[in-house]
Write a protein that binds this ligand. Structure first.
Ligand SMILES: [Zn+2]
Length: 232
């Protein structure tokens, strides 16, 4: 697999900010996300997440500020991309593992670097988005691999069995463990324990599909029982 790690262009980075803003007002704010993760650390930029209703003038001003920040810090994005390029073997390891089990692995994967912390992915266009400026290379590498696992199992596993968000993270974290990674959002909660009953190093190696299928059968049966109990 060819790995293309590069900074986002200024336009891509701005679009990423606007996407983040959309999700902020859509659900992230209510979910208690840290807004500092989503945008460059700048009082003018913060206005984007303080009010939904910006005038066109104000938005144009913020866009100008962003362009300046982007240019000032572009070399940082470049050095974060260069740091990550040294970790390509760990990405190939994951690609090989899934390819050997019949999963579709892209010939090329783009990893686009921008400001902030955290990551996301687009499985339809084989892109991992990495907000990499505030973390160490090692931490960014963990996130890059986490998002890559998401991307690989999104269609064949997650959508196939309609796995809800919290269980999806548990599945990815269990797979991550197999590659020696620290779980991204390990919580010692009931959902993770539940997922752990099905998803472990053996089942991941031999029959991930079947394990997730059994997990979701039981999960859906449990939800149905809860619904019945509530209606009585
Ligand atoms: Zn995740």
């Amino acid at each position: 697999m060819k790995l293309n790690i590069r900074p986002m262009t200024e336009q891509e980075a701005w679009n990423h900010v606007l996407d983040g803003r959309f999700f902020w007002f859509d659900h992230r704010q209510q979910m208690g996300y840290n807004r500092e993760n989503l945008i460059p650390n700048d009082p003018h930029m913060r206005r984007l997440l303080e009010t939904k209703d910006l005038s066109a003038d104000e938005e144009a001003g913020i866009r100008k500020t962003f362009r300046k920040i982007y240019q000032q810090h572009f070399s940082k994005l470049e050095s974060k991309a260069a740091e990550l390029a040294a970790y390509s073997a760990g990405m190939q390891e994951i690609a090989d593992f899934f390819a050997a089990r019949g999963y579709a692995v892209p010939n090329e994967l783009d990893v686009l670097i921008t400001f902030g912390t955290g990551g996301s992915y687009s499985n339809s266009s084989n892109i991992v988005y990495l907000c990499a400026t505030r973390r160490t290379a090692d931490r960014n590498y963990q996130t890059m691999r986490h998002e890559f696992i998401h991307l690989l199992i999104e269609h064949p596993i997650i959508r196939k069995y309609n796995v809800p968000h919290i269980l999806k993270e548990a599945v990815v974290d269990e797979i991550s463990r197999l590659f020696g990674m620290r779980p991204e959002q390990f919580e010692n909660n009931d959902t993770y324990k539940f997922a752990g009953n099905y998803i472990n190093s053996d089942s991941i190696k031999t029959e991930l599909d079947g394990a997730v299928k059994r997990m979701m059968n039981d999960y859906n049966a449990m939800l149905a029982r809860e619904r019945v109990a509530q209606n009585n």
